[in-house]
Design a protein around this ligand. Sequence first.
Ligand code: E4P
Length: 225
Amino acid sequence: MKFFLDTANLSELKQGAAWGVVDGVTTNPTLIAREGVPMEQQIRDICNIVDGPVSAEVVSTDVEGIVREGTALAAIHPNIVVKAPMTRNGIAAASIMSRKGIRVNVTLCFTVGQALLAAKAGAWCVSPFVGRLDDLGDSGMDLIRDICLVYKNYGFPTQVLAASLRSPLHVVEAAKAGAHIATMPFKVLDALFNHPLTDKGLDQFLKDYAKAFPGESSARQSGSQ
Ligand code: E4P
Protein backbone atom coordinates (compact mmCIF):
# COMPACT_ATOMS: atom_id res chain seq x y z
CA MET A 1 0.00 0.00 0.00
CA LYS A 2 1.27 3.47 -0.82
CA PHE A 3 1.11 6.19 1.85
CA PHE A 4 0.27 9.71 0.70
CA LEU A 5 0.14 12.75 2.97
CA ASP A 6 -3.09 14.72 2.69
CA THR A 7 -1.66 18.16 3.34
CA ALA A 8 -0.19 21.23 1.64
CA ASN A 9 1.86 22.13 4.71
CA LEU A 10 5.56 22.12 3.86
CA SER A 11 6.80 21.39 7.40
CA GLU A 12 4.56 18.34 7.68
CA LEU A 13 5.71 17.14 4.26
CA LYS A 14 9.39 17.61 5.19
CA GLN A 15 8.90 15.55 8.37
CA GLY A 16 7.03 12.79 6.49
CA ALA A 17 9.69 12.72 3.77
CA ALA A 18 12.45 12.49 6.42
CA TRP A 19 10.80 9.35 7.82
CA GLY A 20 11.08 7.85 4.34
CA VAL A 21 7.54 6.48 4.34
CA VAL A 22 5.69 9.02 2.19
CA ASP A 23 5.07 7.97 -1.42
CA GLY A 24 3.05 10.97 -2.57
CA VAL A 25 0.80 13.88 -1.65
CA THR A 26 -2.82 14.89 -2.07
CA THR A 27 -4.05 18.45 -1.79
CA ASN A 28 -7.39 20.11 -2.33
CA PRO A 29 -8.41 23.78 -2.59
CA THR A 30 -9.18 23.92 1.15
CA LEU A 31 -5.72 22.61 2.09
CA ILE A 32 -3.98 25.01 -0.34
CA ALA A 33 -6.04 27.96 0.93
CA ARG A 34 -5.05 27.08 4.51
CA GLU A 35 -1.36 27.69 3.63
CA GLY A 36 -2.09 31.11 2.10
CA VAL A 37 0.23 30.62 -0.90
CA PRO A 38 -1.13 30.53 -4.46
CA MET A 39 -1.70 27.02 -5.89
CA GLU A 40 1.09 27.00 -8.49
CA GLN A 41 3.84 28.10 -6.08
CA GLN A 42 2.71 25.78 -3.29
CA ILE A 43 2.50 22.78 -5.65
CA ARG A 44 5.97 23.53 -6.99
CA ASP A 45 7.37 23.64 -3.43
CA ILE A 46 5.60 20.38 -2.55
CA CYS A 47 7.12 18.66 -5.61
CA ASN A 48 10.56 19.71 -4.41
CA ILE A 49 10.02 17.97 -1.07
CA VAL A 50 8.26 14.71 -1.96
CA ASP A 51 9.37 12.61 -4.91
CA GLY A 52 6.08 10.97 -5.92
CA PRO A 53 2.62 11.71 -7.30
CA VAL A 54 1.25 15.07 -6.11
CA SER A 55 -2.48 15.67 -6.62
CA ALA A 56 -3.40 19.26 -7.50
CA GLU A 57 -7.08 20.08 -7.81
CA VAL A 58 -8.77 22.29 -10.40
CA VAL A 59 -11.30 24.90 -9.31
CA SER A 60 -13.03 25.25 -12.68
CA THR A 61 -16.31 23.40 -13.11
CA ASP A 62 -16.87 23.48 -16.90
CA VAL A 63 -15.23 20.93 -19.20
CA GLU A 64 -13.08 23.42 -21.09
CA GLY A 65 -11.97 25.17 -17.91
CA ILE A 66 -11.11 21.88 -16.12
CA VAL A 67 -9.04 20.70 -19.11
CA ARG A 68 -7.30 24.08 -19.46
CA GLU A 69 -6.53 24.35 -15.77
CA GLY A 70 -5.60 20.67 -15.48
CA THR A 71 -3.22 20.88 -18.43
CA ALA A 72 -1.53 23.93 -16.88
CA LEU A 73 -1.22 22.18 -13.48
CA ALA A 74 0.24 19.07 -15.14
CA ALA A 75 2.87 21.24 -16.83
CA ILE A 76 4.22 22.44 -13.45
CA HIS A 77 6.00 19.14 -12.73
CA PRO A 78 6.00 15.58 -14.13
CA ASN A 79 4.76 14.24 -10.77
CA ILE A 80 1.49 16.18 -10.88
CA VAL A 81 -1.78 14.26 -10.91
CA VAL A 82 -4.75 16.48 -11.81
CA LYS A 83 -7.68 16.22 -9.44
CA ALA A 84 -11.05 16.64 -11.15
CA PRO A 85 -14.42 16.53 -9.37
CA MET A 86 -16.83 13.62 -9.76
CA THR A 87 -19.33 15.55 -11.89
CA ARG A 88 -20.52 15.12 -15.47
CA ASN A 89 -18.12 17.84 -16.58
CA GLY A 90 -15.35 16.45 -14.40
CA ILE A 91 -15.68 13.00 -15.97
CA ALA A 92 -15.79 14.43 -19.52
CA ALA A 93 -12.63 16.43 -18.74
CA ALA A 94 -11.00 13.40 -17.10
CA SER A 95 -11.59 11.39 -20.30
CA ILE A 96 -10.01 14.12 -22.42
CA MET A 97 -7.00 14.58 -20.12
CA SER A 98 -6.46 10.82 -19.70
CA ARG A 99 -6.38 10.39 -23.49
CA LYS A 100 -3.74 13.15 -23.61
CA GLY A 101 -1.59 11.21 -21.13
CA ILE A 102 -2.36 13.41 -18.11
CA ARG A 103 -2.88 11.42 -14.92
CA VAL A 104 -6.23 12.21 -13.30
CA ASN A 105 -7.50 11.67 -9.76
CA VAL A 106 -11.32 11.73 -9.74
CA THR A 107 -12.23 13.18 -6.37
CA LEU A 108 -15.37 13.40 -4.20
CA CYS A 109 -16.40 9.82 -4.96
CA PHE A 110 -19.17 8.46 -2.74
CA THR A 111 -20.64 5.49 -4.66
CA VAL A 112 -19.45 2.44 -6.60
CA GLY A 113 -21.28 3.76 -9.66
CA GLN A 114 -19.22 6.96 -9.53
CA ALA A 115 -16.04 4.89 -9.18
CA LEU A 116 -17.03 2.91 -12.28
CA LEU A 117 -17.44 6.17 -14.21
CA ALA A 118 -13.96 7.29 -13.09
CA ALA A 119 -12.47 3.99 -14.30
CA LYS A 120 -14.33 4.24 -17.62
CA ALA A 121 -12.88 7.75 -18.05
CA GLY A 122 -9.38 6.29 -17.71
CA ALA A 123 -8.61 7.94 -14.37
CA TRP A 124 -5.24 7.12 -12.81
CA CYS A 125 -7.00 6.89 -9.45
CA VAL A 126 -10.32 7.51 -7.77
CA SER A 127 -10.73 9.08 -4.32
CA PRO A 128 -13.58 7.62 -2.23
CA PHE A 129 -14.05 9.77 0.91
CA VAL A 130 -14.29 7.38 3.85
CA GLY A 131 -14.63 9.81 6.78
CA ARG A 132 -17.26 12.00 5.16
CA LEU A 133 -19.47 8.93 4.55
CA ASP A 134 -18.93 7.75 8.13
CA ASP A 135 -19.99 11.23 9.29
CA LEU A 136 -23.39 10.58 7.68
CA GLY A 137 -23.74 7.21 9.39
CA ASP A 138 -22.83 5.34 6.17
CA SER A 139 -19.88 2.95 5.90
CA GLY A 140 -16.93 4.49 4.07
CA MET A 141 -14.95 1.27 4.37
CA ASP A 142 -17.69 -0.80 2.70
CA LEU A 143 -17.38 1.59 -0.25
CA ILE A 144 -13.60 0.97 -0.45
CA ARG A 145 -14.17 -2.80 -0.32
CA ASP A 146 -16.87 -2.70 -3.03
CA ILE A 147 -14.84 -0.50 -5.41
CA CYS A 148 -11.79 -2.76 -5.02
CA LEU A 149 -14.00 -5.76 -5.83
CA VAL A 150 -15.60 -4.34 -8.98
CA TYR A 151 -12.29 -2.94 -10.28
CA LYS A 152 -10.74 -6.39 -9.76
CA ASN A 153 -13.68 -8.10 -11.50
CA TYR A 154 -12.96 -6.16 -14.70
CA GLY A 155 -9.23 -5.56 -14.39
CA PHE A 156 -9.57 -1.77 -14.34
CA PRO A 157 -6.09 -0.24 -13.86
CA THR A 158 -7.55 2.76 -11.94
CA GLN A 159 -6.14 2.78 -8.42
CA VAL A 160 -8.29 3.13 -5.32
CA LEU A 161 -7.02 6.01 -3.20
CA ALA A 162 -8.75 5.84 0.18
CA ALA A 163 -9.28 9.48 1.18
CA SER A 164 -10.81 11.36 4.08
CA LEU A 165 -9.11 8.95 6.50
CA ARG A 166 -9.39 10.17 10.08
CA SER A 167 -7.55 7.57 12.20
CA PRO A 168 -4.87 4.85 12.15
CA LEU A 169 -7.70 2.29 12.20
CA HIS A 170 -9.05 3.78 8.96
CA VAL A 171 -5.63 3.25 7.36
CA VAL A 172 -5.44 -0.37 8.50
CA GLU A 173 -9.01 -1.10 7.41
CA ALA A 174 -8.36 0.47 4.00
CA ALA A 175 -5.27 -1.76 3.65
CA LYS A 176 -7.32 -4.84 4.56
CA ALA A 177 -9.94 -3.80 2.01
CA GLY A 178 -7.27 -3.68 -0.70
CA ALA A 179 -6.97 0.06 -1.37
CA HIS A 180 -3.85 0.77 -3.42
CA ILE A 181 -3.17 4.10 -1.71
CA ALA A 182 -4.12 5.65 1.64
CA THR A 183 -3.94 9.41 1.91
CA MET A 184 -3.93 10.72 5.45
CA PRO A 185 -3.43 13.93 7.44
CA PHE A 186 -0.02 14.24 9.12
CA LYS A 187 -1.49 13.57 12.56
CA VAL A 188 -2.80 10.18 11.38
CA LEU A 189 0.59 9.20 9.95
CA ASP A 190 2.22 10.29 13.20
CA ALA A 191 -0.31 8.32 15.26
CA LEU A 192 0.54 5.13 13.33
CA PHE A 193 3.88 5.05 15.18
CA ASN A 194 2.35 4.91 18.64
CA HIS A 195 1.93 2.04 21.04
CA PRO A 196 2.41 2.25 24.81
CA LEU A 197 4.12 -1.17 24.87
CA THR A 198 6.71 0.09 22.36
CA ASP A 199 7.56 3.02 24.66
CA LYS A 200 7.49 0.85 27.78
CA GLY A 201 9.61 -1.88 26.17
CA LEU A 202 12.25 0.54 24.89
CA ASP A 203 12.41 2.28 28.24
CA GLN A 204 13.03 -1.05 29.99
CA PHE A 205 15.67 -2.20 27.45
CA LEU A 206 17.62 1.04 27.87
CA LYS A 207 17.37 0.99 31.67
CA ASP A 208 18.54 -2.65 31.89
CA TYR A 209 21.51 -1.99 29.62
CA ALA A 210 22.50 1.20 31.41
CA LYS A 211 22.35 -0.59 34.75
CA ALA A 212 24.67 -3.36 33.55
CA PHE A 213 27.11 -1.11 31.63
CA PRO A 214 26.75 2.44 33.03
CA GLY A 215 29.66 4.10 31.24
CA GLU A 216 29.24 2.35 27.89
CA SER A 217 25.55 3.11 27.57
CA SER A 218 25.84 6.87 27.99
CA ALA A 219 28.92 7.00 25.73
CA ARG A 220 27.04 5.17 22.95
CA GLN A 221 24.05 7.47 23.24
CA SER A 222 26.20 10.56 22.92
CA GLY A 223 27.89 9.03 19.84
CA SER A 224 31.38 9.08 21.35
CA GLN A 225 32.08 5.40 20.61
C1 E4P B 1 -8.07 14.01 -0.35
O1 E4P B 1 -7.82 13.89 -1.51
C2 E4P B 1 -9.29 14.65 0.16
O2 E4P B 1 -9.41 15.94 -0.33
C3 E4P B 1 -9.27 14.61 1.65
O3 E4P B 1 -8.84 13.33 2.09
C4 E4P B 1 -10.57 15.00 2.29
O4 E4P B 1 -10.48 14.78 3.68
P1 E4P B 1 -11.54 15.40 4.72
O5 E4P B 1 -12.87 14.75 4.48
O6 E4P B 1 -10.98 15.05 6.06
O7 E4P B 1 -11.57 16.87 4.44
